[in-house]
Ligand binder design. Sequence first.
Ligand code: SAH
Length: 396
Amino acid sequence: MADRIVIKTGREKSLRRRHPWIFSGAVAKVQGKPTLGSTVDVVSDKGEFLGRAAYSPHSQIRARVWTFDPAVVIDSEFFKQRIVAAQAARDVLVGQQTNAYRLIAGESDGLPGITIDRYVDTLVCQLLTAGALYHQETLFAVLAELYPDCTAYERSDVDVRKKEGLPLATGARIGDIPSKPIVITEHGLKLAVDVVSGHKTGYYLDQRDARKAIQTYAAGKRVLNCFAYTGGFGLYAAAAGAKEVVNVDVSQSALDTSVTNLALNGLEQANVKHVKADVFEQLRTYAEQGETFDVIVLDPPKFVDSKASLNRACRGYKDINRLAAKILAPGGVLLTFSCSGLLSSDLFQKVVADACLDANRDLQIVAWTQQSADHPVHIHYPEGWYLKGLILRAID
Ligand code: SAH
């Protein structure tokens, strides 16, 4: 008989709603001898089939469901079908805009714990869970078959691996280590991406739509791009004819890549400055000096990593938004984001409202933004929505 997890009476409700996570507290017993990441059948206390899942003995999320269909076997055909389906969706949704996109978005593409970002001919893979690790050879064999012209590089150097009791892992998995940097084309702009040592898998693909949106507002304007990383928003603004762009980030290497990106697009003559500084301090300095900007981007890293840090994080979001509102020129536009999944969009909007109140500014929301379409949110897995943004215009 297959290894099984029996769910406590009454705790199977979320599974019946097709949410893929099984928390340790919902498990009545484990039958058989499942190993790290191996496949288990999940059954109710009455023995009804609920799902087929990967077993994570060291994680609070004790198992993640691969399928709710009893007929589906978790083998190479399973992985192939899910990847082919995800690729077909990307071809339609983002194929015209870019040659760099999220190919597999974990739970939302029916592959919990697996992230694959495609940068031209390089597949950058994150295997975040025991289940993903258990099937890694199958997964890379399927990728090699489906993508004969691609190399694959693993970037499983993320903290969630530790929660699963897994060591961090990086390295070439198909072909050689990618030549650095890979030059992608996004909305007609070239960007250098270091998939080996850049943030996440190398680039913030999830902000593609918002970067495009800044072009509506940037022509002839003075633009401040806070938390610039490799200068994506700044590059789009410069390409749209901004009068001046200031990119602020703490990372010198990220700012150096921004300079490279401008040159790649023949925009080295554009009036773009780079300031290596803490954004909180830099905004304060601008406020004290009475400097103003017509367009301001606030795209900070994740401030909330646990429910316990939510209050402190809200203070951080409020602080930067208050300062940005203060230095926003009359009629100016603020593009402000949060990539903290634990901060709801409602609460984020309230925090920004409080910030505007404290800054004594009247702003109107002209658009809400979210992660681009290659980062979909499975309807039964709302946790998949993490990135939200507001585009606001000063009307005072
Ligand atoms: N907007 C970028 C992504 C930003 S990621 C894009 O579209 O690609 C967040 C960035 O914030 C990182 O580059 C990180 O180096 C930077 N960062 C984090 N804390 C910071 C701080 N306190 N001050 C300035 N930069 C910071």
